[in-house]
Design a protein around this ligand. Structure first.
Ligand SMILES: [Zn+2]
Length: 241
């Protein structure tokens, strides 16, 4: 391969590795804050259910008090039944007893429903507390990993930057500045492999004469469409991929 082309292709590989490392490095704090937000959401959900549980418990106390009062009202009516003088009074009290019994039955159903609700809330709280605990461990473990990974990535970027400078120093200034401009226009890419006559950066079919020159590798060629520097890998190398 032409030496300049070889240097450009090597520079392209180093730049891709630098970009990948930088992207991962930038992503680490985002991943932490995403996990942290998930934890916060679970905690808020827990607080919400706890509030609802307390409110339901208060409702239950009120309802049970109400039930006791209705119960004593029933007792009162039942005693009055023996003290009445007239048939009309007797019928009226029987009606009251009937109504009160109905009220008691409704209140009892309501208390049972509240008890079920309380059970459900308590079960949800238990589950959520488990999820929060495991999410908290996850956040802490990721934070530790992230610190370690950050150091590794910074070291990699430093090493690659030195390698980049070494390669760039050996490339003609004019070609290097063309390379940089192409990178700006192609999301960081300025080199492209040619497979079956197609530029693998922009996927345009290249003229056969150009493809032949790229396969020979004796000249520096660029894609007429995306301006990437073109190179070819022989089949031997392809089999390894
Ligand atoms: Zn292209």
């Amino acid at each position: 391969m032409n030496e300049t082309l070889f240097l450009i292709v090597s520079l392209g590989e180093v730049d891709t590795r630098i970009d990948t490392a930088r992207k991962e490095l930038e992503n680490l704090p985002l991943q932490i804050s995403k996990k942290f937000n998930e934890l916060k959401t679970l905690q808020e959900e827990l607080e919400d259910i706890k509030t609802r549980l307390e409110e339901t418990k208060r409702q239950r106390i009120r309802k049970e008090r109400n039930l006791e009062e209705t119960q004593s009202l029933l007792n009162k009516y039942q005693k009055q039944l023996f003290e009445v003088k007239t048939n009309e009074e007797y019928t009226a009290i029987l009606k009251e007893i009937d109504n009160t019994r109905n009220d008691i039955s409704v209140l009892e159903d309501e208390v049972i429903m509240l008890l079920e609700e309380i059970d459900n809330y308590e079960e949800s709280i238990k589950k959520l507390e488990g999820s929060i605990e495991s999410k908290r461990r996850d956040v802490n473990a990721f934070r530790d990993f992230s610190k370690q990974r950050e150091n590794e990535l910074k070291k990699t970027i430093d090493e690659l930057t030195i390698e980049r400078e070494r390669l760039a120093g050996r490339i003609d200034k004019m070609i290097l500045s063309r390379y940089e401009r192409t990178r700006e226009h192609n999301q960081g890419r300025a080199t492209a492999i040619v497979v079956d006559g197609v530029c693998q950066n922009c996927f345009v079919n290249l003229p056969p004469q150009l493809v032949n020159r790229v396969i020979l590798g004796e000249t520096v060629e660029r894609c007429p469409n995306c301006a990437c520097y073109l190179y070819h890998k022989d089949d031997e190398e392809h089999k390894d991929e």
